[in-house]
Design a protein around this ligand. Structure first.
Ligand code: ADP
Ligand code: MG
Length: 304
């Protein structure tokens, strides 16, 4: 449904995307996860036909985004990172104005509005001014707006940024429903790990490159065993990491005053390491590998 091949984009000398390629199959919820500056919005703008890439190609529903932008726009609904609602208008008025832009009117427009509001659970807020709505509700109005022309694909750039965890989960639930009931294919960008973890598959973008790709489960499973996180006393994580590598023949990565080690039987390692370096470790944590660990393993950097 979405096909991206050897995509590279430069702003002047700055490389924002470097040889990116992936495919999204119909009905998938696909994520682009990466820190600020990773290249998510650049890729998003190319797919939304707002900008031609420097090199490579992308197609949605069989239409090339550069050569057939009008055909692509008929197939996609777009939710931008910056909000696009008129706050002084009601929910309904915002939707109607958008419908008119798509050439919809009369009974058809009314039906489309009803359908979109029902799907996003905002029917009872139709007469409310957008400025009176919470951030989460506004996001849902934006999605309803993006769906009026019944696109097969929904593109969302950081749709859940600024929402609290409950509103984020709520938004994810509506997106999931959209896929389940209407078969819409969804591509979303995010820097929020929890949201990325709810996608079927995702790519991790770092400095414009794909550093890992797969389902959240598969990606995490590539890190065997446990992840042990040690808070270094005196904040000297570099020294502690070097000492641990020497003593235990494991890889130890220092970041933000902490040392991370991927290891089987983490509980045993914790006992050994605390005994080996008395006083050098302030606190200890153990968890199963997460997407954050995958990102750190591939880049040596954190996401947030
Ligand atoms: P993200 O959405 O993941 O934060 P972006 O795609 O916005 O990443 O940015 C990727 C890189 O391209 C960053 O280094 C950013 O500074 C740069 N960039 C983004 N937009 C522009 C622009 N309009 N002009 C110049 N550089 C840009
Ligand atoms: Mg962005």
């Amino acid at each position: 449904m979405i096909e991206v091949r050897n995509l590279t984009h430069r702003y002047g000398d700055r490389v924002a995307l470097s040889n990116v390629g992936f495919e999204v199959t119909p009905g998938e919820i696909f994520g682009l996860l990466g820190p600020n500056g990773g290249g998510k919005s650049t890729l998003f703008r190319v797919l939304a036909t707002m900008m031609a890439p420097t090199e490579g190609r992308a197609a949605i529903a069989g239409h090339d985004v550069v050569r057939e932008p009008a055909a692509v726009r008929r197939k996609v609904g777009v939710v931008f990172q910056t909000q696009s609602l008129d706050k002084a208008l009601t929910v309904e008025e915002n939707l109607r104005a958008q419908g008119h832009l798509h050439g919809l009117s009369g009974v058809t427009l009314r039906e489309r509005m009803e359908g979109a509001m029902a799907r996003l659970g905002i029917k009872d807020r139709r007469k409310d001014l957008v400025e009176t709505l919470s951030g989460g509700l506004r996001r849902r109005v934006e999605i309803a707006k993006a769906l009026l022309h019944r696109p097969q694909v929904l593109l969302m750039d950081e749709a859940s940024t600024g929402l609290d965890p409950a509103a984020r989960r709520d938004l994810s639930r509506h997106v999931e429903e959209l896929r389940a009931q209407d078969g819409v294919t969804i591509l979303l960008t995010t820097h929020i790990l929890e949201e990325a973890g709810r996608c079927d598959r995702l790519i991790l973008l770092h400095q414009g490159r794909i550093v890992a790709a797969g389902s959240p489960g598969d990606l995490c499973a590539r890190i065997g065993g446990d992840v042990v996180v040690l808070q270094a006393a005196a904040d000297d994580a570099q020294t502690l990491a070097a000492q641990i590598e020497q003593r235990f023949a494991v890889r130890a990565a220092a970041l933000d005053g902490r040392v991370r080690v991927e290891i089987e039987n983490g509980h045993r390692f914790i006992a050994d390491v605390v005994e080996a370096f008395p006083g050098a470790i302030e606190s200890v944590g153990l968890h199963k590998p997460s997407l954050e660990d995958v990102f750190m393993k591939e880049t040596g950097a954190g996401i947030a």
